[in-house]
Ligand binder design. Structure first.
Ligand SMILES: CC(C)(COP(=O)(O)OP(=O)(O)OC[C@H]1O[C@@H](n2cnc3c(N)ncnc32)[C@H](O)[C@@H]1OP(=O)(O)O)[C@@H](O)C(=O)NCCC(=O)NCCS
Length: 155
C-alpha cells in the first residue's frame, strides 16, 4: 500500500484510556488541567508516530495551538482520549485530540478538544517526514483541517 495515497481520515487514529484517581485532581476535586494536558500531548505524539511510522527519536512537539476544557471531569471517570491527523505538512503534522469520559451506555460528551503540531526532526533539525495525505472528506475532521490550515498559514 502506498502511504501517500490516503486522505487524512484514513490515517491511523490512536486512543488511550485513563482512570481519573485522587492523584490527578486539582483543588476543586476534579481533573487537573495539567494532567489532562499531559495525556493530550502524549496521545497526540502517539498518533503522529502511528501516521508517520517513525522512531520517537525523530518526533518533537512544536506547538499546542489550542486546548479547551469545556466540561469538568470527575474523580473515578474512565477518560477516553482519541487522536486524529488533521493536517500534514512537509516536516510537520497536526493532530486533533478529543477527550470524553466513557459512559457504559455508550453516550459521550466531549470534555476537552485540542490541536497540536509535531515536527519530524533529524539531529534536532526539522526534516521531511515523507507522508502526504489529501484533506479529510468527513465534515467533522474537515472543520479541524480548516483550523489547522489557517494556523499554519498564519505563521
Ligand atoms: C521543532 C523544531 C526543530 C522546529 O524548528 P524550526 O527551525 O522552527 O523549523 P521550521 O521553521 O523549519 O518549521 C518546521 C515546521 O513547523 C511548522 N511551524 C513552525 N512554527 C509553527 C507554528 N507556530 N505554528 C504552526 N506550524 C509551525 C512550519 O510551518 C514547518 O512545517 P512544514 O515543514 O510542514 O511546512 C524546533 O522549534 C525545536 O526544536 N523546538 C523544541 C521542541 C521541543 O523541545 N519540544 C518539547 C517541548 S517541552
Amino acid at each position: 500500500m502506498n502511504r501517500n495515497q490516503h486522505t487524512m481520515d484514513e490515517l491511523p487514529t490512536v486512543e488511550s484510556m485513563h482512570l481519573v484517581t485522587s492523584t490527578d485532581l486539582n483543588h476543586h476535586g476534579t481533573l487537573y488541567a495539567g494532567r489532562m494536558a499531559e495525556w493530550v500531548v502524549e496521545v497526540g505524539f502517539l498518533t503522529s508516530r502511528a501516521a508517520l511510522r517513525c522512531s520517537p527519536d525523530h518526533l518533537v512537539c512544536l506547538r499546542i495551538h489550542e486546548m479547551d476544557f469545556r466540561r469538568r471531569v470527575e474523580k473515578g471517570a474512565s477518560l477516553r482520549l482519541r487522536g486524529e491527523v488533521v493536517y500534514v505538512g512537509r516536516t510537520s503534522i497536526t493532530i486533533h485530540v478529543e477527550a470524553a469520559p466513557f459512559q457504559p451506555d455508550g453516550s459521550e460528551v466531549t470534555a476537552t478538544d485540542a490541536l497540536l503540531t509535531y515536527v519530524h526532526i533529524t539531529e534536532g533539525v526539522a526534516t521531511p517526514h515523507g507522508l502526504q495525505a489529501a484533506p479529510p472528506q468527513g465534515e467533522r475532521l474537515r472543520r479541524w483541517w480548516e483550523r489547522a490550515t489557517a494556523a499554519h498559514q498564519a505563521r
